[in-house]
Design a protein around this ligand. Structure first.
Ligand code: WT7
Length: 635
């Protein structure tokens, strides 16, 4: 026996309807790829020309200090100019920019005009607190409209925001504040989650005590719970906006294209978090182009990116790109299953959502409750669906396609990273789909799967995912640690000058890319290489298994063996018989080499806030080792 083929069936194709293709911004993927390949700098320059600049760039791409690439050099802009200022001068001033629903059921909406004013007020408050261009502002709050105001306000005055997801612990927040040396913290009294409140301010207070750089704290009232306010340091937002300083008009700071826009600490599962830096110029070009083409955003759409603004998905595709495109975005505060598992479907029906972009973990989570919940609702407004964050198992893909999309909504499975700023491997609506594959690179992107030496892997062979030339929204550095930027991303293929993504993948005969998972999640069993995602997908394809995680545990004979942890669907009992049945199932679904040595039935799995399973924690538990930094673990 040589190499086992773990590829999901590549013969399962899903073709878009003529209606979908005709409606699309890019009806012909190949044609645009050819255009971009002919002259990729000209291609990106043309995209940049769609946006407003105070002054045009003189150089599209400067590679002289590679890998510290610079884009649109000499260009003067501000992402807030494109996301807000330019819209209020057109008919869009009266278009709804943001629709928001709170978990308790309250809702609000903001036109571009209102959002522009709210942002201006917030920006003036920050300026009044002494925040200047280049200063860092930490944002730690839930999914409420004020988080959007705060981010845009920072952009407007040239401050660098760093959003810390509202579920991180005191120490994680303190570490990030210390790394960024932030001056101001924006937070809220609390946040609603599953009918309970999260004590954001209380957590922030502990972090602030460990953070001497923080001078002022802005507190938004959300839950109304009792909080401690330190006089002279903590200010209620609703008090500040009544001060004369909080005018609804605020001048936008003129920024260099390469000036930093934000720092976002990655939810990396190992080591100290990395502060990924993105800029005003290239980031606005790339995020708006990718959103427009991949999700075919039009003026009559109601776009719902169900991520959290605290993650890159939210930064790029809740806040910046939709606003740059002048779209209407929807944001929901709470848990998908609160108070019942139909909450999402109810909101899609109520608001007439046309595009839903979410994560496989959410899809699987909702799938567990069966088809009856979504079937109670009219989901006919949906036109496109999307997935991000981890490889989507074909089982979940098909359910999403059939039960939610009614077999008429193509699923855009987008592969990208905090570091890439925007979608990198992704279909466009006109591209035929295969469940579980993010399909092909976005036009202008040069992506490949290569071996250790950098040779392009033939179809079917596992290799490392690399990006072979720069792109406008690439991270510029690791904040305060340029060496780590080089080491982490550019040293593996230094000679070739390629970006190392840290993922393993394989191509198929059609040039479609199948992302297997993080390189550190690859398990070698008897010399065979297995992706955790493949075994998990196999387990989840059994009707009893709702969610699964597998790890590699050292074994004297085989190098590694697999341990599997399964959450069962309601009504199933985890016993010896089921364990045998699952082993047999994997033998058939994936191959004999993938059969777990041990299957444990569990109630929950350790996950990062972005929904990725922390196999490192499972591994430590299995081996009886310390579990390490759990700051990114979901509470
Ligand atoms: C890692 C990046 C980008 C927003 C969310 C995660 C994995 C992401 C996919 C996908 C397979 C995916 C990769 C990547 N990943 N999207 N569609 N298919 N894997 O951002 O936290 O920076 O994580 O998520 O392993 O390297 P992130």
């Amino acid at each position: 026996m040589s190499e086992l083929d773990f590829s999901p069936p590549t013969s399962e194709w899903y073709y878009p309807s003529d209606e979908i293709i005709q409606h699309a911004h890019v009806p012909d993927y190949e044609a645009v790829v050819r255009e971009a390949e002919a002259d990729f700098e000209a291609f990106w320059a043309k995209r940049a020309e769609q946006l407003e600049w105070y002054e045009k760039w003189h150089t599209v791409l400067d590679s002289s200090d590679a890998p510290f690439y610079k884009w649109f050099v000499g260009g003067k802009t501000n992402i807030a100019l494109n996301a807000l200022d330019r819209h209020v001068k057109t008919w869009r001033r009266n278009k709804v920019a943001l629709i928001w629903e709170g978990e308790p059921g309250d809702h609000l909406s903001f036109t571009y005009w209102r959002l522009w004013q709210e942002t201006n007020r917030f920006a003036n408050i920050l300026r009044g607190m002494g925040v200047k261009k280049g200063d860092r502002v930490m944002i730690y709050m839930g999914r409420i409209p004020e988080i959007v105001f705060a981010m845009l306000a920072c952009a407007k005055i040239g401050a660098i925001h760093s959003v810390v997801y509202g579920g991180f612990s005191e120490q994680a927040l303190a570490d990030r504040i210390a790394d960024a040396q932030a001056k101001v913290l924006v937070t809220a009294d609390g946040a609603w989650l599953r009918g309970k409140t999260v004590n954001l301010k209380e957590i922030a207070d502990v972090a602030i005590q460990r953070s001497p750089s923080i001078q002022s704290v802005i507190v938004v009232k959300r839950t109304g719970q009792e909080v401690y306010m330190e006089s002279g340091r903590d200010f209620w937002y609703h008090d500040l906006i009544n001060l004369p300083i909080a005018s609804t008009v605020c001048e936008t700071e003129v920024m260099d294209a390469e000036d930093p826009l934000f720092i976002l600490y990655t939810s990396g599962t190992t080591g100290k978090p990395k502060g990924v830096v993105h800029t005003h110029g290239g980031y606005q070009v790339y995020t708006s182009t990718t959103l427009e083409w991949v999700f075919d955003i039009k003026d009559d759409d109601r776009w719902w990116c169900a991520a959290d603004p605290g993650w890159i998905t939210g930064h790029s595709y809740i806040v910046y790109a939709p606003l740059i495109l002048g779209a209407t975005s929807f944001m929901y505060e709470g848990a998908p299953t609160y108070p019942y598992p139909n909450r999402w479907w109810k909101m899609i029906e109520y608001y007439g959502i046309t595009i839903l972009y979410t994560a496989p973990t959410a899809i699987r989570g909702l799938m567990r409750f069966g088809d009856a919940w979504p079937e109670r609702h009219d989901l006919s407004s949906l036109r496109l669906l999307g997935s991000v964050g981890e490889p989507i198992n074909p089982e979940a893909w098909r359910w999403f396609y059939r039960v939610i999309g009614k077999e008429k909504c193509p699923i855009m499975d987008t592969w990208w990273q905090t570091e890439t700023g925007g979608f990198v491997i992704t279909p466009l609506p006109s591209v035929p789909l295969k469940p579980g594959s993010a399909t092909r690179p976005f036009p202008g992107m040069s992506v490949d799967v290569v071996d250790e030496e950098g040779n392009s892997c033939p179809p079917g062979q596992d290799g490392y995912l690399v990006i072979k030339r720069p792109w406008p929204s690439m991270l510029r550095t690791v904040y305060g640690d340029p060496q780590r930027y080089i080491d982490q991303y550019w040293s593996r293929y230094a000679e070739q000058g390629w970006y190392f993504a840290g993922d393993s993948a394989r191509k198929d005969e059609d040039g479609y890319i199948w992302v297997i998972g993080r390189v550190d999640d690859v398990i070698k069993v008897s010399g065979y290489r297995l992706g955790t995602a493949e075994v998990e997908s196999g387990l989840v394809s059994h009707p009893a298994v709702a969610e699964a995680a597998v790890i590699g545990v050292p074994d004297e004979l085989r190098g590694n063996v697999i341990y599997a942890y399964c959450i069962l669907v309601q009504g199933y009992e985890g016993n010896e018989q089921l364990e045998q049945e699952l082993k047999e199932h994997i033998r058939h679904e994936v191959g004999p080499i993938a059969v777990p040595a041990k299957i444990e039935f569990v109630q929950s799995l350790p996950k990062t806030r972005s929904g990725k399973i922390m196999r490192r924690v499972l591994k430590a538990r299995a081996l009886g080792l310390p579990e390490g930094d759990l700051s990114t673990l979901e509470g």
